[in-house]
Design a binder for this molecule. Structure first.
Ligand SMILES: Nc1nc2c(ncn2[C@@H]2O[C@H](COP(=O)(O)OP(=O)(O)OP(=O)(O)O)[C@@H](O)[C@H]2O)c(=O)[nH]1
Ligand SMILES: [Mg+2]
Length: 334
């Protein structure tokens, strides 16, 4: 996770810092003549030596950057972030943070790299959100999974079911992807392994009706959580987006989880925004974080949608699900 982002950032921080170091230096606290202890005639060498040392020690220790200095040297960092799929809004925020922490602030020579590193870390702190994990106490809690084709919805749903089971919550799955070939069998396989029930209709049938039946089933059997699998769809496909709205209307989910593929970077951010606009999402889950070296989606989805990332998918096994932990993310990057 974050391999290439970390490498890129390290290199661009070095370039950035070198440029800061090359910016014109200011003589700060240079001793004014009257401040320099006068050598008293016949006072001996000692006093004279002290005054020289003081003068050398106090010269040229720091510099200050202007906003335009920062703007002109931000390029390498900006490029690294763009190449890593970080959203434009996040880059703008990072620039603003660096500005507030570095412009017109004393920068000690030789300390630039650690100052830039810290400023960048603070910038990331400000864009990452800490999710509040719901208690899922309402019975049944209904959760609908949405996202584009192949993002990892069904796998994430199965992992989440496993996560809930470990917390003593019972689940039922709704096979509301009645569209893609073999989608129902895929969900049934997961359900068999997890020991939970699937509510299904035929392929081509009304996805909302399946979801409705699953909610009714949970109600009558006292099941804690209903997990609705939906077909992958492009936000540009009006008919399929209307279908999603219908499932929402009929099943009245308590939460809508957007599942994005971490590997597609900024595209996942745009998808999350579109699904948020169309049906309103409550949380994001980013699958395939284990194979994502760039981290752009992980850094951007929550900031842009204003909805927290709840989980990261970190592999293909049921236990490969990680509650999003801001501190853990920062430790991996810095
Ligand atoms: N490495 C890795 N692979 C994952 C992860 N999550 C899902 N996958 C894989 O991604 C592929 C697609 O996953 P699905 O769960 O079928 O995706 P989907 O969004 O339901 O796909 P559609 O129903 O076709 O839209 C599968 O091969 C999964 O094993 C993850 O966290 N890490
Ligand atoms: Mg699926």
């Amino acid at each position: 996770m974050f391999g290439s982002l970390k490498k890129k950032l390290k290199e661009s921080i070095r370039v950035f810092s070198r440029k800061v170091e090359q910016a014109p230096e200011e003589v700060v606290d240079a001793p004014k003549d009257e401040e320099i202890p006068k050598v008293v005639p016949d006072s001996g060498k000692k006093v004279e030596k002290v005054s020289i040392i003081r003068r050398v020690k106090k010269r040229v220790v720091e510099k200050k950057l202007s906003a335009s200095d920062l703007e002109s040297i931000f390029k390498p960092l900006e490029l690294s972030l763009l190449e890593s799929g970080v959203a434009f809004e996040v880059i703008a925020r990072v620039r603003k943070e660096l500005e507030s922490q570095m412009v017109n602030k004393p920068i000690k020579r030789g300390k630039t790299e650690s100052i830039v590193n810290k400023a960048l870390e603070n910038a990331f702190v400000s864009v990452l959100m800490r999710p509040e994990v719901p208690s899922f106490k309402k019975k049944p809690t209904v959760i609908m999974f949405v996202g584009v084709n192949g993002a990892g919805k069904t796998t994430s749903l199965a992992k989440f079911c496993n996560w809930l089971k470990k917390r003593k919550k019972s689940c039922v799955l709704a096979a509301s992807d009645t569209f893609r070939a073999a989608s129902i069998e895929q969900l049934e396989k997961h359900a068999a392994k997890l020991g939970v029930r699937v509510i299904k209709h035929d392929y081509g049938s009304d996805a909302a009706a399946v979801a409705y039946d699953a909610v009714e089933h949970a109600r009558s059997k006292g099941i804690d959580v209903v997990l609705i699998d939906t077909a992958g769809r492009s936000h540009a496909d009006v008919n399929l987006m209307d279908e999603l709205k219908k499932i929402k209307r009929v099943a009245k989910p308590d939460y809508i989880f957007f599942v994005g593929d971490a590997l597609v970077g900024n595209d996942a951010v745009e998808q999350a925004e579109s699904f948020n606009e169309a049906v309103g999402i409550d949380f994001s889950m980013l699958a395939k974080a284990d194979v994502d070296q760039k981290g752009g989606a992980i850094l951007s989805v929550a900031y842009v949608t204003k909805k927290p990332i709840l989980f990261l998918g970190t592999g293909q096994g049921y236990d490969d699900l990680e509650v999003f932990d801001k501190d853990k993310i920062l430790k991996r990057i810095f």
